[in-house]
Write a protein that binds this ligand. Structure first.
Ligand code: UDP
Ligand code: MG
Length: 313
């Protein structure tokens, strides 16, 4: 008999967390009303994570694993897990136990009430660096204003999705995957449950500042065209300012020929300013064009070097 629940967990250098993760998942899964499969995705870890996954798979038939041939990043690792999940309800969560498995039965309840997406919304992030919290707070609010679909604030990838929703995600060919956005995009009946995000169980954060920033930019660019319009607005603003300047220059020429605001310094500032604005606009264009390029190449999303518990594909 197939599993009713799939628990998808991406793993990147989490050797200190896997045993505890397995213990808590297993305790939780025993209380569910159906069989569960644990899909652990090794995202090119350099530590002993894969060895531990193999051992768990030997020990417990519910544990299946996928090993990506290199580090493809969190979103792609989750995507791989979703591709292979066979359950009727699929849960995505982090391996570091920041997403408490004990919340899953509550998600399952909601699912059984008829919701097809149950996402966990953070009320607090304990012990996370204040700068990260501040940036995340700001980012989710900017995104909410700019995005074409309503992406709920303060939600990560921790969620339960119905088979039907996962089928839609799996059918999406895009390479730049901002899963929490794509999930919102699918529509369906969605609901939130609130939770306090625990600190990491062990080990260091795998999302470096650079990776978090890349994810944020990806979210923005994938779900909004407003940044593109920025160039138009900046151009209009620059045109208005230059008109004003022209008037001022005429005024100075005739009425205040000794004004300190005329001359070389003023010109340099203006030239640098406009240069900067143009470079920023080109950069924004580049973000979109780069993504078009990525999509057009049509490479597979990931390569697998090893699987355990799935029929070979
Ligand atoms: N992760 C991954 N590939 C990466 C980076 C992270 O699979 O390149 C996994 C990591 O093992 C963890 C989850 O993604 O299970 C979230 O990572 P982390 O805890 O560093 O992120 P944060 O909690 O800061 O969002
Ligand atoms: Mg974490």
């Amino acid at each position: 008999m197939g599993a009713k629940y799939s628990l998808v967990v991406p793993i990147y250098n989490e050797e200190e967390n896997i045993a505890e993760l397995y213990r808590r998942l297993s305790d939780m899964a025993n209380s569910l009303d159906g069989e569960a499969e644990f899909i652990l995705i090794n995202d090119g870890s350099r530590d002993r994570s894969l060895v531990i996954l193999r051992e768990l798979h030997q020990k417990d038939g519910r544990v299946c694993y996928l090993s990506l041939a290199r580090n493809f990043g969190h979103q792609i690792a989750v995507t791989a897990g979703l591709n292979f999940a066979r359950g009727e309800a699929i849960v995505v969560m982090d391996a570091d136990l920041q997403d408490p498995p004990e919340l899953i039965p509550e998600m399952v309840d909601r699912w059984q009430q008829g919701y097809q997406v149950v996402y966990a919304q953070r009320t607090q992030r304990r012990k996370e660096n204040w700068l990260k919290r501040l940036l995340a707070f700001g980012f989710y609010r900017v995104l909410r204003h700019l995005a074409d679909v309503e992406i709920p604030t303060d939600t990560g990838d921790f969620c339960l999705m119905d088979r039907q929703v996962v089928a839609v995600l799996n059918a999406m060919p895009e390479r730049n995957r901002y899963i929490r956005g794509l999930r919102a995009w699918t529509g369906f009946h969605q609901t939130a449950i609130l939770f306090e995000r625990d600190p990491r169980y062990a080990g260091k954060e795998k999302y470096t500042f650079g990776k978090s920033l890349a994810l944020a930019i990806n979210g923005l660019v994938s779900f909004s065209k407003v940044p593109l319009r920025l160039a138009t607005y900046l151009g209009l603003a620059a045109a208005a300012i230059s008109l004003l300047m022209a008037v001022l220059v005429l005024y100075w020429r005739f009425f205040a020929p000794n004004s300190p605001l005329t001359g070389f310094a003023a010109i340099t500032v203006v030239v640098f300013f406009l240069g900067a604005v143009q470079l920023i606009c080109i950069g924004i264009l580049g973000e979109y064009i780069g993504r078009i390029y990525e999509e057009v190449k049509g490479r597979p999303l990931y390569t697998l070097s090893e699987v355990g518990g799935f029929p070979q594909r």
